[in-house]
Design a binder for this molecule. Structure first.
Ligand code: PLP
Length: 355
């Protein structure tokens, strides 16, 4: 039976990515060797690394003065690398969920942290608005998409300080004005590649302002200077990332992705709002296009396990909600076809008929 992959991360990749990655595991670029066993210093892989970084710049329309590097350690390592490299005295953070609060915890090791607003008291069901960011903050950090709670900031804020954003779960889902940001980072396993690589976009001018010594591997400048090849990079995830980036380009680029993402999310949210068995969990205006969270309506709470089993029997995989929200979460990343969203909606309608 066809499986519909709604996992939040690692998550669905395009068939193009899977097919080409599988082929390269057997024979990489006609070398007669597997991508899993080649030197990262060979000309074939250097070409992959360079092309992937160039395609990131092209797809996101990144202006001059920025570098793109692929690092290890996951998005979680960026929670400490950002303040290590950027925080002189004080930084401002917006607390919109688990990942944001993990980032705040790390930043506190490096200086004063001003949490400008938080929706924690409401279990992160909305994005705080109307907060003030001090002009003397070294930067403002936010999480554009809250993977666990299903809220998203689908805009690039206008603030008087440097912007740093964790875009792990919505990078490439909409065009972004990169010129507003000093650092954008994203773990690959949501919208780009298998786990193991993190994409970091850095404005060169943002570096070199802190006095503290920075360990070599945690210094962005180290990786930029060596074209993201200071040490052995995650070779296979970078190869897979390149396939996804090529697929994005072939599909019409990021604007085309956004158009599809808006359509996919709209039909699912419409069904959640229409179907008496279900309800959404977050403020409507802050609903994420990437992670659609919903629960059983109060009168149907006891049907939760039944719906989970019913959906699994219909081929839906990975729709169980995160334990801090409960219910269900359907992740609709770029590679998710509309037909899978339609299959989930048909399943919800069929379940409604039975009750
Ligand atoms: C998944 C995720 C992370 C954590 O990524 P790791 O690569 O596991 O460290 C951080 N932030 C967001 C928004 C995420 O979705």
């Amino acid at each position: 039976m066809k499986k519909h992959n709604f996992f939040a991360g690692p998550s669905i990749l395009s068939e193009y990515t899977i097919k080409n990655s599988a082929a390269a595991v057997a024979d990489f670029a006609g070398t007669g060797l597997s991508i899993l066993e080649v030197s990262h210093r060979g000309k074939e892989f250097i070409a992959v690394n360079d092309e992937a970084r160039a395609l990131v710049k092209e797809l996101l329309d990144i202006p001059a003065g920025y570098d793109v590097v692929f690092l290890g350690g996951g998005a979680s390592l960026q929670f400490c690398m950002v303040p290590y490299n950027l925080l002189k005295k004080k930084a401002s953070y917006l607390d919109t969920g688990t990942w944001a609060s993990n980032a705040i915890k790390e930043a506190k090791l490096f200086g004063e942290v001003d949490v400008v607003a938080s929706s924690k008291e409401a279990n992160y069901t909305f994005i705080p608005k109307g907060y003030q960011v001090d002009g003397d903050s070294d930067y403002f950090h936010f999480t554009s998409n809250n993977t666990i709670f299903g809220t998203e900031m689908r805009y690039d804020p206008d603030l008087p300080v440097r912007l740093v954003c964790d875009m792990s779960s919505d990078i490439f889902s909409r065009p972004v004005d990169v010129s507003k940001y000093d650092i954008i980072y994203a773990g690959a396993q949501k919208n780009l590649a298998p786990a193991g690589v993190t994409l970091v976009i850095v404005r060169e001018e943002a570096l070199g302002h802190v006095d503290r010594p920075i360990p070599t591997m945690l210094n962005y400048a180290t990786h930029i200077k060596k074209d993201s090849m200071f040490n052995t990079p995650p070779v296979f995830p970078i190869f897979a990332a390149l396939q996804t980036l090529k697929w994005y380009k072939e599909q019409g680029g990021i604007a085309a992705m956004e158009k599809r993402n808006i359509e996919k999310a709209a039909i699912l949210y419409d069904e959640i709002d229409r179907n008496r068995l279900f309800r959404g969990t977050v403020t409507v205006e802050d609903r994420s296009l990437m992670n659609v969270c919903f629960v059983m309506a109060d009168e149907y709470k006891e049907l939760e396990a039944d719906f989970g089993a019913f959906a699994a029997a219909a081929g839906m995989v990975g729709i169980k909600g995160h334990r801090s929200v409960g219910g269900f979460r359907a992740s609709l990343y770029n590679a998710m076809p509309k037909s899978s969203v339609e299959a989930l909606i048909a399943t919800m309608k069929a379940f409604e008929k039975q009750h």
